[in-house]
Design a protein around this ligand. Structure first.
Ligand SMILES: N[C@@H](CCC(=O)N[C@@H](CS)C(=O)NCC(=O)O)C(=O)O
Length: 231
């Protein structure tokens, strides 16, 4: 195998890299990270990524983390979903940063609280919902004006921004309020090689013991080592 992707099925950040590999028909295999049991916090994993985050891509001796960096590297390697010029590359970076900070940063945390930690609605979920709504509106406007985020062709900006958005019910959003996003997600899903995250990466469904430990059978106020992380 040319590429190994350290990932797990519930990770939208890992999905960005996995989807890119699949769309590029890369020779790749997933390496399961038992995230919900803390595998990313072990010394072994930290030796791969000092940031203790998933995804990590191994390409021979090269080890990369940060989904945006992995996407940029793969776009360069495969000459697919790449920028056509230097200004376009800057535009892609602009959207990758918006995704990481504003969209994925809020969406992934809100989804974690609602679906995995099962906190119920709190001031924090309400705050995050506001952040998510604003970021989704920005994206909705953009993809209502053109087929993809950077014009009429898909790029790694699309692949990054869609990372969590095939789980609307887990986030708690309804695409009927974001018609542009709904159609854009369908356009991405129509690309040859598109596969839903749960089928592309190992670890779905989560074992019951894990869902119970995360939120199902404990009071919302209890803290343990898994409460301050997010998938
Ligand atoms: N900006 C990073 C975010 C990676 C990230 O947060 N990954 C999650 C899993 S989806 C993680 O490892 N979280 C660990 C934590 O928050 O402690 C990227 O795009 O790769």
């Amino acid at each position: 195998m040319k590429y190994k992707l350290h990932c797990f099925a519930q990770s939208g950040n890992a999905y960005k890299a996995a989807l890119m590999l699949n769309l590029c028909q890369a020779d790749w295999e997933p390496v399961f990270v038992d995230f919900f049991n803390g595998a990313h916090l072990t010394d072994e994993f930290r030796a791969l990524n000092e940031m203790a985050e998933v995804p990590v891509l191994e390409a021979g001796d090269l080890v990369l983390s940060q989904s945006g960096v992995i996407l940029d590297y793969l776009a360069d390697s495969f000459e697919q979903f790449d920028a056509a010029s230097v200004p376009e590359h800057r535009e892609i970076l602009r959207w990758l940063m918006f995704d990481n900070h504003k969209l994925t940063g809020s969406v992934s945390t809100l989804r974690f609280m609602r679906t995995f930690a099962k906190t119920g609605e709190t001031d924090i979920t309400r705050f995050l919902q506001g952040r998510v709504d604003r970021a989704l509106s920005v994206l909705n406007n953009r993809v209502s004006e053109s087929e993809f985020v950077i014009g009429e062709k898909p790029t790694i900006a699309d692949i990054s921004l869609c990372g969590y958005l095939y789980w609307p019910e887990e986030i708690g959003v309804d695409w009927s309020a974001y018609e542009g996003i709904a159609q854009w997600l369908d356009r991405i899903a129509a690309l040859p090689g598109w596969v839903h995250p749960h089928e592309l990466m190992p670890g779905h469904p989560l074992p019951e013991a894990v869902t119970d430990a995360l939120g199902g059978s404990k009071p919302a106020a209890t803290t343990d080592k898994k409460d301050d992380q997010k998938a």
